[in-house]
Design a protein around this ligand. Structure first.
Ligand code: PRP
Length: 204
C-alpha cells in the first residue's frame, strides 16, 4: 500500500525542494510539479462509470469517476498540493483540516475543520507534504472517519519510515503515495535529509 514515485523529474524537483538555497517562489513551482505527479499516481485506481456520448461521428462509451472525490489539504503545508490536485481532479470538492504540531509534545492540535457534504460515499485525498512521526496524518484519518468516510488515500512529498510505519500499523488498508522516502527522523521530529518545514518554506 506504499507507492514511492521514481519518475526522474520528480527526483529533480524533490532536489529543488530540499535545497536550502531554493527561494519560496521556486519552492512553490517545484511543489506544484511534484503535486501533479502525485495526483496522477494517487488516482491510478479510481473507479469509473460508463455512459454514452456522441462524437461528431457516432455514439460511443465514455467514462466518468464513479464516486464523489474530496481533496483535503492539511493546513498549512497541504495547501502546496491543492492546486496541482485540483488541476488533475477538477471535479473534486475541497475541504480543509487545520492541524498544528505542538513543537514540544509533537502532538497535532486541530484548529479548523471544513468538510463538504456529499450524497454518496466519497473518496478523500489527504494532502500533506510531510509525513514525519505520522501523528498529524493519523489524527486526520480519525477526524475524517468521524464523517463516515471509508475510502481515504494519503499523498505526501516526503515521508519518514517512522511515519509510514505508524500509519500502516494503525490503518493498514489506506494507501500512501509519496514522492520520496527519507532516512529517519531527528530528535525533534524533523525528517532527514528532508526539506525543513514545508509550511514555512512554501508560505515564505
Ligand atoms: C508539519 C507538516 C505535517 C506535520 C508532520 O506541519 O506539514 O502536517 O508537521 O509531522 P508529524 O507527521 O510528526 O505529525 P506543522 O504542524 O509544522 O504545521 P504547518 O503545516 O502549519 O507548518
Amino acid at each position: 500500500m506504499i507507492t514511492v514515485l521514481e519518475h526522474p523529474l520528480v527526483r529533480r524537483d524533490i532536489t529543488i525542494l530540499r535545497n536550502v538555497e531554493t527561494d519560496p517562489a521556486t519552492f512553490r513551482a517545484a511543489a506544484a510539479r511534484v503535486g501533479i505527479h502525485l495526483a496522477i499516481a494517487a488516482t491510478q485506481t479510481l473507479e469509473l462509470e460508463n455512459f454514452t456520448i456522441t462524437t461528431p461521428l457516432e455514439e460511443t462509451q465514455g467514462f466518468k469517476t464513479a464516486n464523489p472525490l474530496i481533496l483535503m489539504p492539511i493546513l498549512r503545508a497541504g495547501v502546496a498540493m491543492l492546486a496541482p490536485f485540483s488541476e488533475v481532479i477538477p471535479q473534486a470538492a475541497i475541504g480543509y483540516l487545520g492541524l498544528r504540531r505542538n513543537e514540544e509534545t509533537l502532538q497535532p492540535e486541530e484548529y479548523m475543520f471544513s468538510f463538504p457534504p456529499t450524497e454518496k460515499p466519497a473518496t478523500v485525498f489527504l494532502l500533506d507534504p510531510m509525513l514525519a512521526t505520522g501523528g498529524s496524518m493519523c489524527a486526520s484519518i480519525r477526524r475524517v472517519r468521524r464523517e463516515g468516510v471509508k475510502n481515504i488515500i494519503i499523498a505526501c512529498m516526503i515521508a519518514a519510515p517512522e511515519g509510514i510505519e505508524r500509519v500502516r500499523s494503525e490503518f493498514p488498508d489506506i494507501p500512501i503515495i509519496t514522492a520520496a522516502l527519507d532516512r529517519e527522523l531527528n530528535e525533534i521530529g524533523f525528517i532527514l535529509p528532508g526539506l525543513g518545514d514545508a509550511g514555512d518554506r512554501f508560505h515564505g
